[in-house]
Design a protein around this ligand. Structure first.
Ligand code: NAD
Length: 334
């Protein structure tokens, strides 16, 4: 943090109780050893923490402690803490420096990079927020061993997504190391996180405000959001829904582009450990869920598809019969 130009002194650390249970003592010791005066705010875990209430808890703690414009906020946690503490930093005193220390795999390969911060509103996720780039993103892959299995596979989904949209050699490496990645083998984790984070950094540095290319990071998400919605939030994690969404988007891509190697992609995506989908879920229901999405209401449905592995683009001309077939592919025989 000193090397990144931050002034040593007060630092406000925001974390959640799961992360604190594992790492609080070591974190406190590190700051004390290096001469920082750290105030650690521990919030409840989970998506509901990305709320006005917890945002204000950060404001209250920071202001009561007399932070000034050079006091850094350290977001020490998964994507929830990163988004929330990042937004608090963006808005407190018109902007404090933020350091992202992502502790979940999703956060290390995705959410801590790119500067998107924010909270949820009753009307939808991430509706209030801003772009606020971190001074520093500090990734330590040793933190990832205390994640549970579903949190691990959800993060892997985002890493595979980055390979599919932008980096064929990375995808080939994932194919080769797939069993070790699923098993969280320490020998391959750092390489995977580095390569996935690099894709995210490259894409967002070319299109910080999502005017174009950054939208490609939504590969699998139009389908994934519909699945989360139709199965009731919580049945599937976001990453699990994205895995199925990427299978549907790959199917659709293959219908339009002969170069899409669906067999290779299925060999990875089809072997993700996923919970069973509810009985009776139909392609019609899922298509309806897709059309009810707020972003879709304004115009035609837009999909991020592949021309081939490593090359994604946005398509808004998809035939309803192809869409239905893509859902049927994911739902399987029922
Ligand atoms: P999360 O922060 O809720 O973390 C998932 C769970 O893992 C939580 O229960 C957390 O307490 C626990 N956890 C985190 N690190 C741990 C560790 N090292 N050991 C044990 N447990 C640990 O959510 P997430 O899955 O990290 O991220 C999802 C959030 O990220 C969503 O809110 C999403 O909107 C956001 N997101 C933001 C961006 C962005 O660009 N800003 C991108 C993708 C996702």
């Amino acid at each position: 943090m000193r090397e990144a130009g931050l002034r040593a002194g007060k630092v406000l650390v925001v974390t959640d109780s799961n992360v604190a249970a594992h790492y609080r003592d070591r974190l406190d010791a590190l700051f004390i050893k290096d001469g920082w005066d750290a105030l650690v705010l521990v919030l409840p875990p989970g998506e509901t923490t990305k709320s006005p209430k917890h945002l204000h808890a950060i404001y209250d703690a920071a202001l009561a402690w007399n932070v000034d414009r050079r006091t850094p906020i350290v977001a020490f946690g998964g994507g929830v803490i990163g988004d929330l503490a990042g937004f608090a930093a963006a808005t407190l005193l018109r902007g404090l420096p933020v350091v992202q220390v992502p502790t979940s795999l999703i956060a290390q390969v995705d959410s801590a990079i790119g500067g998107k911060t924010g909270i949820n509103h009753e009307q939808g996720k991430n509706l209030i927020g801003s772009f606020h780039q971190p001074e520093l993103v500090l990734v330590d892959t040793k933190l990832l061993y205390t994640l549970n299995r579903r949190q691990w596979t959800s993060g892997l989904a985002e890493a595979v997504k980055h390979a599919l949209i932008d980096d064929e050699p990375f995808f080939a490496w994932i194919e080769k190391e797939w069993n070790r990645l699923l098993a969280r083998d320490p020998e391959v984790i750092a390489d995977m996180v580095y390569r996935a984070a690099k894709v995210k950094a490259r894409v967002v540095s070319e299109d910080e405000r999502e005017l174009g290319q950054r939208a490609l990071l939504n590969f699998g998400h139009t389908f994934g959001h519909a699945l989360e919605h139709a199965t009731g939030y919580g049945t599937l994690t976001h990453g699990e829904a994205v895995v199925l969404g990427m299978r549907a988007a790959t199917f659709l891509s293959r219908r339009l582009h002969a170069k899409v190697d669906q067999v290779r992609i299925e060999a990875v995506l089809g072997t993700f450990p996923l919970p069973a989908l509810p009985d009776g879920l139909t392609s019609g229901e899922l298509t309806a869920a897709m059309r009810s999405d707020k972003k879709a209401q304004a115009g035609r449905l837009r999909f991020v598809l592949l021309r081939k592995i490593g090359l994604a683009y946005v398509e808004d001309d998809v035939m309803p019969s192809d869409l239905e077939a893509a859902w049927d592919h994911v739902l399987g025989p029922r």
